[in-house]
Design a protein around this ligand. Structure first.
Ligand code: NIG
Ligand code: FE
Length: 408
């Protein structure tokens, strides 16, 4: 066994431990270790504490120079970074005032990306995922959820999920795959129900056999699947042991009720959620995920994050990085901006992209710096953690460590 490595000292070390999963958080609750250090062995954290107290003759030391703030590697719990093509035309049309329907008629919308993704080879998709992951890694995101959903047939969904699995072996980031075969009704299927039946009976078993994902997602929305239509899909997914996550309440409500009914790990979007849905989610085990990148990309309202937290809900914040509604893909910028519009404390924003985001993916070994966790952490060149959200994504990480290795 290699000798443990002590990394530090950090002017401030934010372990993100000791915070409740649910409810509002004040900055007074945030643990800050001054002159902190992290002791790492075999890619995992042995100890976190004051640097000088962790020093011994038995450890090697990686000295950190200057003023630095260290926190857990960020977790992006909702992305669609596996895709082909671009939707710049949709963006221009939207900003010119064209409606959703007009854009769809002009050949835009999710179906456009389906067409472009189907044209891409598996190799091309792998390249795209790896290059987008690299950008994320540089910004301190060490774990990235990635959805399928631009294939919308058994073979094309498999192509996407296999590409995500292959990309996971190439990139230093950890990719968490999710099957989103119910992203919309494929335009080349005459019977909608047949499509979901085929997915349930043919795709789900292959996903299990090839171990391609353990999470299943659907877009519950008027333009996609109604709460009634999606039930058999989630029912079967649950029976087969998949975790459930839902694109819910983006434009119309209904999805969050489905999420709670199926005890989903997360309900994502929620821009249209009213008091009723907020109360429902707050009482449940389902984590609410805000996607400010989609609000910025579409010019829509933000998820009512303040109300969700005040009602006692758990809030994750993710980028939703996708070619249609959220092309920017910069999680820290988006989370910081959500903070300004929704009046979130630094602790709420930072928990939303670390500990609470990890919980939204049911990953208990990251999102916090504590004994036994993966040694994933990000280091910013400042002496005060408040500078991180203050610069709204423009203060870039000085270093990123993944599984105990300095990768950026
Ligand atoms: O999360 N809302 C549905 N799905 C994506 C958008 C995908 C797209 O427009 O390509 C989302 O925003
Ligand atoms: Fe999404």
């Amino acid at each position: 066994m290699n000798r443990p490595l002590l990394i530090g000292p950090f002017t401030q070390l934010l372990p993100m431990t000791g915070l409740p999963l649910k409810g509002a958080l004040k900055d007074e609750q945030l643990a800050v270790i001054e002159n902190g250090g992290i002791l790492v062995s075999e890619g995992k954290i042995l100890k976190v504490g004051v640097f000088d107290e962790l020093k011994s003759d038995d450890v090697d030391i990686h000295h950190i120079e200057g003023q630095q703030v260290c926190l857990p590697g960020f977790v992006d719990s909702h992305t669609h970074i596996c895709f082909g093509g671009t939707r710049a035309r949709d963006y221009a049309y939207r900003n010119a005032g064209k409606t959703y329907l007009e854009i769809a008629k002009a050949g835009g919308g999710i179906w456009d990306t389906v067409t472009q993704t189907r044209k891409a080879s598996q190799e091309e998709l792998v390249k795209g995922i790896v290059s987008r992951s690299k950008k994320h890694l540089k910004n301190g995101i060490t774990t990235i959820e990635v959805k399928s959903g631009y294939g919308l047939s058994v073979d094309e969904e498999l192509k996407m999920l296999r590409a995500i699995k292959r990309a996971n072996k190439t990139t230093n980031a950890s990719l968490v795959p999710t099957c989103l075969a119910a992203h919309m009704k494929p335009k080349d299927w005459s019977e909608d129900n047949d499509y979901l039946d085929t997915i349930i009976n043919e795709l789900f078993p292959i996903i299990k056999t090839e171990n391609l994902a353990n999470r299943v997602d659907a877009f519950v929305e008027e333009s996609a699947f109604s709460p009634e239509e999606i039930k058999p899909y989630f029912q079967k997914a649950k029976e087969m042991g998949f975790d459930i996550t839902v694109h819910a309440d983006q434009f119309t409500t209904g999805g969050s009720q489905v999420a709670v009914d199926f005890d989903a790990v997360s309900a994502d979007h929620l821009e249209a959620s009213t008091e009723k849905e907020i109360r429902l989610l707050a009482k449940s085990n389902t984590i609410a995920t805000a996607l400010p990148g989609a609000s910025i990309g579409l010019g829509c309202a933000y998820t009512p994050a303040r109300k969700i937290l005040d009602a006692g809900g758990a809030l994750s914040i993710a980028s939703d990085h996708n070619p249609g509604s959220a092309p920017m893909g910069d999680l820290l910028t988006q989370a910081s901006i959500l903070g300004t519009f929704e009046k979130l404390s630094n602790t709420e924003v930072l928990a939303g992209i670390t500990s609470r985001a990890a919980a939204a993916l049911r990953l208990s070994d990251r999102g916090k710096l504590e004994e036994g966790a993966q040694a994933d952490f990000v280091v910013f060149p400042t002496d005060n953690y408040q500078e991180i959200t203050y610069h709204q994504g423009q203060l870039k990480p000085h270093m990123v460590w993944k599984k105990g290795k300095h990768i950026h």
